[in-house]
Write a protein that binds this ligand. Structure first.
Ligand code: NAP
Length: 510
């Protein structure tokens, strides 16, 4: 069995005990173990703050961009190996594994190019500035300089490579060293990425630290200039946010948490139209991709009551084509959930939703998977539920089931109502609107925008190029208000705000 290692203080460190076992979710075979016991967190943080911080601070943004480019290439060069590992260690199908691994290299490459475009400067100048004095001799300007600490990145289990890369790209480009804490259950993929980067000797010493296993008292050791970027469940987010040390030292904390993402089908969206077909294609993908274990996956689908029957039938037919099983079998299109706990939480969640909606496709129970031993593997086939009452009961808007599950909910087709229903999720990462009626779209955006981090506007004009609502593109903001954590990531240069101090400069313009 593989033993994952920690990379701290510039060297690989074996844990001294307290190992958690990692399983192949497709077969339940024990494949690895991980622990951080014995790692000296104080020394690791000190090494990162001193060596890593000063080395990165010496580099210009263009030079940091070059580091990201080299990271992207090093991971891409091992793409096949990482895809195989992702399939074994996370239960992803090859297609789903690409989503994670290629998402990582693509995001690093995007921020690499952004860094190079910012040129030979160590800080970012914001905007054109403003005249403060009688003449332009006294000028005001804002600039962003790196925070003088470490960026602790705590990630969820579902994107061990992309989650690492999207956070690290922004922090490293800003000039902050990274301490990566991947979710233990799928940490092998993140550990292998770090191994590849360390072997390629791309980053300066101290710029990257890896903690596999429990985070222990690491965040109790953070200081005012450090940052925590957390992705995971709302419960853990609350524990992190309310950590006394982080509160006392005013450590910046960014949270990406749960989300009940919504799709609103406009009243103009006729069955058979291009926009309707886009809606069905996207909905199918958003329910089945990564077995629904995406923070951006679709959970609530608002359909005008008059179209509910067609939406139910057509979506159920599409979901019936899913082949659930072991990703090692090439016919499989939907893999298992990542862990036994996730399986338990998903089936319990579906049971709860069934109190408020009818199951119209799937069973909501564990099933055997194609190519997997009987009784083994954390499989749930795609599930579609349908509410009868307009707007649906509260639980449908409040319980995130992290699996291949969505609920169709009827509404009257009014834009105001569509926006209200989006809002009932308490804050989401992404909401989609399927309509070619600009007035309808504008009205939902204006009223619903406060409750979602991103709108994906599905229409016949963009249908051909649309990647689906679940893709977090580095150019656009990722994050959402309320339940979704209130954080922001990505969004081009905006991502660097978390890792930089904004400084006002007042003086002569040159
Ligand atoms: P989780 O159980 O909350 O774990 C998230 C991370 O927090 C893991 O690395 C975990 O480490 C760590 N952790 C656990 N206890 C901690 C503590 N007391 N202090 C600091 N860190 C701690 O979440 P998950 O099951 O991995 O992920 C599923 C959830 O994440 C879903 O609800 C999903 O919506 C959300 N998610 C959100 C986004 C987004 O961008 N908004 C993206 C992906 C997932 P261990 O694994 O070692 O326990």
């Amino acid at each position: 069995m593989k033993t994952l290692r920690n990379f701290a203080g510039g060297r690989w460190q074996d844990a001294t005990g307290g190992f958690a076992t990692l399983y192949n979710p497709a077969t339940e075979e024990a494949i690895a173990r991980a622990s951080s016991e014995g790692v000296d967190f104080a020394a690791a943080l000190d090494f990162a703050r001193t060596r890593g911080q000063s080395a990165l601070g010496e580099l210009t943004l263009a030079e940091r961009g070059k580091l990201l480019q080299a990271m992207s290439k090093a991971i891409f060069d091992r793409r096949d190996e990482l895809l195989d590992l992702s399939m074994t260690a996370t239960g992803a199908t090859r297609k789903d594994a690409k989503f994670d691994i290629d998402g990582a290299t693509g995001t690093l490459a995007y921020y690499a190019a952004l860094g190079e475009s910012l040129g030979n400067t160590r800080y970012i100048v914001e905007g054109e500035g403003v005249q403060l004095g009688r003449t332009a001799k006294f000028w005001g300007q804002h600039a962003r300089v790196p925070l003088a600490g470490v960026a602790v990145h705590i990630n969820a289990f579902n994107f061990p490579a992309w989650g690492f890369a999207e956070k690290a790209a922004a922090a490293l480009l800003a000039g902050m060293p990274v301490v990566l804490k991947p979710a233990t259950s799928t940490a092998w993929v993140a550990e292998r990425c770090v191994e590849i980067l360390v072997a390629a000797a791309i980053l300066p010493e101290g710029a990257l630290t890896l903690v596999c296993g429990k985070i222990g008292d690491l965040i109790d050791r953070l200081e005012a200039h450090d940052v925590v970027a957390f992705t995971g469940s709302a419960d853990t987010a609350l524990a992190v946010r309310s950590n006394g040390r982080l509160l006392a030292a005013n450590v910046r904390v960014n949270v990406e948490a749960d989300s009940l993402n919504a799709a609103v089908v406009g009243p103009d969206c006729e069955p058979g139209s291009e926009t309707w077909n886009l809606f069905l294609k996207d909905a199918e993908r958003e329910i089945t991709q990564k077995s629904g274990q995406k923070c951006t996956a679709l959970r609530r689908v608002f359909v005008p009551r008059s179209r509910l029957a067609e939406a139910t039938d057509e979506l159920a037919v599409r979901l019936a084509a899913a082949k659930v099983g072991n990703p090692a079998d090439q016919s499989v299109t939907v893999g298992p959930l990542a862990t036994a706990e996730q399986l338990k939480a998903a089936t319990a969640g579906i049971k709860l939703l069934r109190g408020a909606a009818r199951l119209v496709h799937g069973t909501g129970e564990r099933t055997d998977g194609i190519g997997a031993p009987v009784g083994k593997g954390y499989y749930v086939a795609p599930c579609l539920l349908r509410a009868d009452e307009d707007g649906g009961a509260a639980v449908l808007h409040e319980r995130e089931v992290f699996g291949p599950v969505a609920t169709l909910i009827p509404y009257d087709g009014d834009a105001r109502k569509g926006a209200e229903l989006i809002a009932r999720g308490g804050g989401s990462l992404v909401s989609s609107i399927y309509s070619d009626d600009e007035e309808f779209v504008g009205a939902v955006v204006a009223r619903g925008g406060a409750h979602t981090g991103r709108f994906y506007l599905g229409s016949e004009k963009m249908a051909e190029q649309a990647p689906g609502s679940g893709v977090a593109l580095p150019q656009c903001l990722h994050g959402g208000p309320g339940r979704a954590g209130g954080g922001t990531e990505l969004g081009g240069l905006r991502a660097l705000d978390l890792y930089t101090q904004c400084v006002a400069l007042q003086g002569s313009r040159p």
